[in-house]
Design a protein around this ligand. Structure first.
Ligand code: FAD
Length: 520
């Protein structure tokens, strides 16, 4: 009886201090004897904030506590503690929380707020170290918690920059390397996961391991695209190249999908002095002129495009970029002219811009700020991202873009479609891509006004996936989300065994990233 009274007093004091939730049975009290105890919080505000993501679809998956690490050892201590328990608790690294379906959440576990490592970084280069060596050329050692926008600004001080990007730069290095990191540069330079020389990773056993193609390669390839299943990336050594200063940025509109994709495929096949970026998107009346990609067009061009769309209902927008700097400033227009010669876009519908390299790479930010001001950014986002083999893309256009999306007329948000090549992907990495040499990246980046709307769009996503499955279009989900083990096994196909073996090896107690719902 006496002990019980003391227990209640301590519990009560602890909960007032917000240090630890005495009522959550998943984490034992001994955690408070670790050095990290002062960096753990069970404060209800902290718990709520850490369990939010960009998708705003999954809610109320609350962790027991949040860790705000100030160094890598704090994360090691946490994982080693969990690993040593008879019943371990889950740990999820949270980068910038830009997942869609709770992938960075951990019910009753501990969320590691990776950005906290950065807060403790007094270095004015945000923990980005640039070096050169005769074998690797220029590279940057970057914390897994770093945002790509900060990596860009830090490396530009040396006139250098990473070569492979995502469309949006407010994502962490660890977060995108856990998926792939793709954009219009991928056809040329490969995804971000193909542009990493080395990483430091804390495994699910709490061991800090340096890995590369030649050192602990099983962990290296597993982690790249590994959905956070094998370890927490605390450092990545990223390929750098000389940064251009400006870009020529062009969009052309097509009324014919076949011409549009043929031109895209032609453009990504040019090896010598080709383009640096090739993307594309759908344009439909209601959605295309009011999303984060629309700021490209001047108001008068928007009017011109709107009148075209009222006749055609669906158009395709090819988007290309060629980098340049002082050295080729005089010849860039001529180079570009050669590249677009013979393209079959609708006459009069080519639009050009000349902007700085940073303005181009950070192009989504202005759209984000505008949508935020209208209250249209922090809304549910039932996204669906797919890789579609080249041989299925015409079928996909007719059945999905035209028959489902255009006919149902529910979409608000960009719809991306652009080809890329397998050549620059290493099959030992965990990300799943189609077997064909050329495949398309398709992003249905829906935003919805409320949860009902979100449900309707999610049903549409389901319809699309079922259709692709039924007729055998051999698509793969990017940023995958599945509800059953069978679906995950199907997703990984012949790579499932190796994925599972790597899990047994590096996270045998299945502690890490439970929000992906692969092993948990
Ligand atoms: P989080 O959502 O925080 O985490 C994602 C997963 O990775 C979780 O499972 C988490 O546990 C794990 N994780 C986080 N940090 C680490 C780490 N250091 N080590 C190991 N595991 C970790 N993707 C593209 O490829 N191209 C794009 O152009 C693109 N554009 C986007 C635009 C927007 C507006 C949004 C919201 C997303 C976009 N994405 C794009 C998707 C994005 O790359 C992924 O959602 C990515 O995971 C987000 O990074 P994050 O830092 O927010 O990760």
């Amino acid at each position: 009886g006496y002990n019980l009274i003391i227990f209640f007093i301590i519990s009560h004091l602890m909960s007032i201090l917000g240090k630890f939730n005495p009522w959550n049975p998943s984490i034992p009290y001994e955690i408070l004897s670790l050095n990290i105890s002062s960096k753990l919080s069970t404060n209800s505000h902290a718990i709520k904030e850490s369990s939010k993501d960009f998708g705003k679809i999954i809610q109320e998956i609350l962790p027991a506590a949040v860790l705000y690490p100030s160094c890598v050892n704090d994360i090691i201590d946490l994982i080693q503690f969990s690993y040593g328990l008879p019943v371990p608790f889950h740990v999820a690294a949270k980068g910038h929380g830009h997942s869609i379906r709770g992938q960075a959440m951990a019910k009753n576990g501990v969320i590691v707020e990776m950005s906290s490592l950065n807060n403790n970084n007094n270095d004015e280069n945000c923990g980005v170290r640039v070096s050169w060596d005769s074998g690797l050329g220029f590279y940057a050692d970057v914390g897994g918690e770093q945002l790509w926008i900060d990596v860009l600004h830090s490396t530009l001080k040396y006139g250098l920059a990473p070569v492979s990007w995502t469309d949006y730069l407010y994502l962490t290095v660890g977060g995108t390397l856990s998926n792939a990191g793709i954009s219009g540069q991928t056809f040329r330079y490969g995804p971000q996961i193909s542009n990493v020389h080395e990483m430091d990773v804390i495994t699910g056993k709490g061991e800090l391991v340096t890995c590369s193609k030649d050192m602990n390669s099983e962990l290296f390839f597993g982690v790249l695209g590994g959905l956070g299943q094998f370890g927490i990336i605390t450092r990545a050594r990223i390929v750098l190249d000389k940064a251009p200063t400006r870009v020529k940025w062009v969009r052309m509109l097509y009324d014919d999908f076949s011409k549009f994709t043929k031109d895209q495929e032609h453009l990504i096949s040019i090896h010598h002095n080709g383009l640096d970026y090739v993307e594309g998107s759908l344009m439909m009346e209601q959605s295309s002129l009011n999303n984060w990609r629309s700021s490209f067009f001047s108001p008068s061009n928007q009017t011109k495009i709107a009148s075209l769309l009222s006749k055609n209902r669906i158009m395709y927008c090819l988007e290309i970029v060629k980098y340049y700097d002082d050295q080729n400033a005089n010849t860039i227009d001529e180079e570009l002219k050669k590249l677009v010669k013979g393209l079959k876009y609708s006459g009069g519908f080519m639009f050009k811009k000349d902007v700085s390299f940073v303005e181009f790479l950070n192009r989504v930010r202005s759209g984000e700020i505008e949508l935020q001001s209208k209250g249209m950014w922090d809304v549910p986002h039932p996204w669906l991202n797919l890789f579609v083999p080249k041989s299925s893309i015409m079928h996909f256009n007719a059945a999905v873009f035209v028959d489902i999306i255009l006919r149902q007329n529910k979409t608000t948000g960009p719809i991306l479609v652009y080809p890329t090549s397998r050549k620059r992907w290493d099959d030992r990495m965990s990300t799943m891509i189609p077997e064909e040499e050329i495949f398309y990246c398709v992003g249905l980046l829906h935003s919805s006004s409320d949860y009902n709307d979100c449900k309707i769009l999610d049903n549409q996503n389901e319809e699309i996936l079922n259709y692709c499955d039924k007729v055998g279009l051999n698509i793969k989900q990017y940023l995958p989300h599945y509800k059953t083990r069978e679906d995950w096994i199907k997703h990984f196909g012949k790579k499932w065994n190796i994925f599972q073996q790597r899990k047994d090896q590096f996270d045998p107690k299945m502690i890490l990233s439970p929000g992906q719902r692969i092993f948990n």
